[in-house]
Design a binder for this molecule. Structure first.
Ligand code: TIU
Length: 220
């Protein structure tokens, strides 16, 4: 059954059985104090408004029987998958792999690397560990989506202009239609959030569609 979501630049048509909800990097490292986002000098409080609407969408997607995929940005404990460029970028005092209040920053298995409790994955939901900003780079995400017959993505998570945008661009070039939820994505820079969403839906939806979580919930 095809459903239509009120979206920009025009309605987004999707078959729930062929659509995946992809929740990007809703990790303690980005959303709580003492993590990577905080170490970069950001106000993590700016991202926390995304939690409640994303939890509602997650519940609705599960109820509709949709495929749900979670991603996490982070590295192996030996940092062998961390490029020197990413490691040195920013010249910050606290770097990826260093000890912080939530364990080693952006390292797999550490408390800060985990997905926030409100959006915890359940059995059967793939969790994609990614070393880059895009969820398709150096991961098996594409194979998992193709294997399940997915052709549309509903995208939530943080941050809008970094990992969400990179993932949407990667997905677009791989032939997936993406609907980005405006209130389920967030940035440490509100103006970047707005600009990133504007870029997605400009030029007839050059990268995809943008809608509110309410519009999606109304359609499901
Ligand atoms: N710094 C920032 O805005 N984001 C990231 O480093 N990663 C994600 O967006 N997940």
């Amino acid at each position: 059954m095809t459903v239509s979501v009120a979206a920009e630049p025009y309605d987004f048509a999707m078959v729930p059985a062929r659509t995946a909800l992809v929740i990007i990097d809703m990790q303690r490292d980005f959303l709580e104090t003492g993590g990577f986002g905080d170490a970069l000098g950001n106000d993590v409080g700016l991202l926390r408004t995304t939690i409640a609407p994303t939890a509602s969408v997650l519940a609705a997607a599960r109820a509709a029987g949709m495929v749900v995929v979670h991603t996490r940005e982070g590295h192996r404990p030996d940092l062998s998958d961390l490029s020197p460029a990413k490691h040195r970028r920013g010249n910050f005092q606290t770097k990826i792999g260093d000890a912080g209040p939530m364990g080693r920053i952006l390292v797999r298995g550490e408390p800060g690397h985990g997905i926030i409790a409100e959006l915890a994955p359940i059995a059967g939901e793939p969790v994609i560990d990614k070393p880059g900003k895009g969820a398709f780079f150096a991961t098996d995400l594409e194979a998992i989506l193709r294997g399940r017959g997915i052709d549309r993505l509903i995208v939530a998570g943080v941050t809008t202009e970094v990992c969400v945008h990179t993932t949407v661009r990667e997905a677009n070039d791989r032939g997936f239609d993406c609907l980005v939820l405006s209130d389920c994505t967030g940035s440490y820079f509100p103006e970047f959030h707005e600009a990133a969403l504007a870029m997605i839906k400009a030029q007839g939806g050059i990268f995809g569609w943008v809608a509110t979580s309410q519009a999606l919930l109304a359609a499901l």
